[in-house]
Design a protein around this ligand. Structure first.
Ligand SMILES: NC(=O)c1ccc[n+]([C@@H]2O[C@H](COP(=O)([O-])OP(=O)(O)OC[C@H]3O[C@@H](n4cnc5c(N)ncnc54)[C@H](O)[C@@H]3O)[C@@H](O)[C@H]2O)c1
Length: 259
């Protein structure tokens, strides 16, 4: 039986992870962590202890795996805490930069520990990224529109950044930008990630959605994925919990466990 600490336990994703893990026969939630509680206490999940600090929760419960859905400003410290205590961690928190991942990878000193950092745990989103990478071989022009709920802290989304990275890996270049183009309002053309422009919408009513639009003369190809409920991420999170022991060091992307 794998024993799990859920970091960010009182958040939207953390609550969903607690529900999902609770339904599985081979794992259980040992504790939650969320500074929104000031002291160790019981909360709405009945008997589950929610700690204010990850260190305290790890030393009190000695878990097998930590799952982190918190915020960009705290996740790196949480990963370091797990590295120092030897507890492997599944990270869904987004907003982690490529430099931060590189620094974490360079600081790993043990081979009995892993962190899986995945900007998207939904299988459909992973397929969208894979199909987009394939389409990028055949289309010179591409832009990404991503749509999220209004509380999301980071922009563009981790999924959009990763999609752009995957497209840039295979892209031979797009035609030069229109020389007559100018932005009347700064940011109107989105943010550039290599060859790919990314546009981020933040509106209540959305969960997590992305459209990758390719074009060439006279044709458009749209590859779209919609997470309409946070349940969509749970099979990927459960897979990562089950398979993290097969990884070593800091690994980026759930696809490392899929194909
Ligand atoms: N990888 C994916 O598939 C995926 C899917 C959806 C959301 N996300 C990401 O997950 C993260 C959380 O999203 P959310 O919608 O649940 O946010 P949320 O704001 O609802 O929840 C975050 C929770 O983390 C808690 N928290 C803050 N600091 C903490 C700390 N030091 N230790 C433990 N808990 C702490 C907050 O109190 C809050 O309850 C975001 O970065 C979001 O982009 C990832």
């Amino acid at each position: 039986m794998k024993r799990i600490i859920v970091s960010g336990a009182l958040g939207k994703m953390g609550s969903e992870v607690i529900k999902a893990v609770g339904k599985e026969p081979d794992m259980q939630v040992a504790a939650g962590v969320d500074p929104a509680v000031k002291t160790t206490s019981h909360n709405q999940y009945g008997e589950l202890d929610i700690y204010a600090s990850l260190e305290e929760a790890i030393s009190a419960t000695n878990p097998d795996v930590v799952v982190d859905f918190t915020a960009p400003g705290v996740v790196i410290d949480n990963i370091k805490t797990c590295m120092n205590t030897g507890v492997s961690i599944v990270v869904g928190t987004t907003g982690i930069t490529a430099d931060q991942i590189g620094e974490l990878q360079a600081s790993v000193t043990r081979d009995d520990w892993a962190a899986l950092i995945a900007p998207n745990f939904a299988i459909g989103a992973l397929l969208m990224m894979r199909f987009a990478q394939e389409a990028a071989k055949y289309f010179a022009n591409v832009e990404i529109i991503e749509y999220h709920h209004q509380q999301k802290k980071d922009a563009p989304s981790g999924t959009a950044i990763k999609t752009a990275e995957m497209i840039n890996q295979v892209y031979s270049g797009r035609p030069s930008a229109n020389p007559d183009e100018s932005e009347i309002l700064e940011g109107a053309r989105g943010a550039a990630s290599g060859y790919v422009q990314i546009h981020s919408l933040r509106l209540p009513g959305y969960v997590a959605h992305q459209e990758v639009i390719f074009s060439s003369a006279g044709q458009l190809l749209s590859i779209r994925h919609d997470s309409t409920h946070r349940e969509s991420f749970m099979p990927g999170v459960l897979l990562a919990i089950r398979k993290i022991d097969t990884l070593t060091g800091v690994v980026y992307g759930l696809e490392q466990l899929l194909w």
